[in-house]
Write a protein that binds this ligand. Sequence first.
Ligand SMILES: [Zn+2]
Length: 100
Amino acid sequence: MEFCNKCGSLKINGSCTNKKCDQHIKSMVELATAQQIEYIRELAEQLGEDISEVNFEAMSKSEAVDIIDEYLERLDDTEKKLTVQNDILDEEDELDTDDD
Ligand SMILES: [Zn+2]
């Protein structure tokens, strides 16, 4: 066990676990939270994405954020496409009314 010589907190791989300490290395990989993983699973289900091969236990927080961003963007696109289709249908309805 290694302890920080500044604040006395536990050090892991040379990084102090006390986030307020200047010995804390911010770039140290933090694992994705249970909430992030849960959210990714929900989004993947909505997109019909296969995540059976994804190793969530080794996923970092920043990786999780990237995946969530990507999924949200894709969901957004899907919604936009549906809106466009609805607009086209509306126009066709108007044309029909004009013919009468
Ligand atoms: Zn420290």
